[in-house]
Design a protein around this ligand. Sequence first.
Ligand code: SF4
Length: 360
Amino acid sequence: MEKEAVGMETKDLKVELLCLGARVPGLDKGRKAGAGPAAGGMFLFGGTVANVPTQSWFVSQSPYSVDAEDGKYVINRNGERITEVRFPQAKFQDLKTKEGIPYSKIALLHGADCLATTTIQTCTYWNTPERCKFCTIELSLRSGATIAKKKPEQLAEVAAAAKKLDHVTHVTLTTGTTSTPDKGINHLAEVGRAIKEATGLPVHVQFEPPKELSMIDRLYDAVDTVGIHVESFDREVLKEIAPCKVDIPFEQYIKAWKRSVDIFGDTQVSSYVIAGIGESDESILKGSKLLVELGVYPFIVPLRPIPGSMLEKERPPSPDRMRHIYEEVAAILHGNGMSWRKNKAGCVRCRACSALADFE
Ligand code: SF4
């Protein structure tokens, strides 16, 4: 007989898991490195999805664990049962291209139904003091888990299989920043176009604001949504954590966001905002309000100290702090009629790395 779950709202459990992680004895712990919030496992529970840290140092101190129970898995808190959890399995990831490249080296299932990849797995800032301290983009390349540059036709092939076998409904493409003025946008456009031609799936791409705004226009018919990531509104914090980003004037971000909203529409543009790197709540709340007023969705995530990154020894912000931020920003979204549900593709639609959608 199924044991009673301890009363806890799904959104609260998600925040706790994002900030504290979970011990997963005997389970696959998820991808080790890469761009974005790596070193986590995708947890499906209570109608939501969370990308939960499973490998960072602080996970061993988490009150949460995943344990087997009657052929299923459950999340326990200090040994007390909270709820059942499932882990998405992707059949397409077992296939290979004609040349013998495993599909899993080309793209992965993210969240419940999103195909995701880093199209160019190198970054012009990697071997410089400008590198973002939270990033591990080139580590997964070095480990052999992925390939340096994914060709449009390779991604079209993988996307078609992911749609057919695993019912993937949208695609997220990110890129390391290239040394060219387009900052990787040209390749994203080619890949986006190829995926759309092969599958019709909505595509999301992420890039740094280019100096020449017309470069964003090249994405017009190739993708559906874009992410231009400020990471922090506190320029002092940014100087310390992501020096390459502080070299770009904030005005440039605003111009790029505005141009993108003009092209892709309200709520189809987003920005990662990382909490827990030294900023105040005030900076996040004020910055999020500005984004929402521009039509940009603030994708607020707690810091993910990925093993191998320069921030690996840090701790994510407390669940209480994140709950407060999410409640406040959800009210801002409400006040402006913005919701993740309007977004067509990408991290906002996937929502595994942020609990903001769960607080709306
Ligand atoms: S929110 Fe974005 S980075 Fe996180 S799992 Fe989903 S697609 Fe990947």
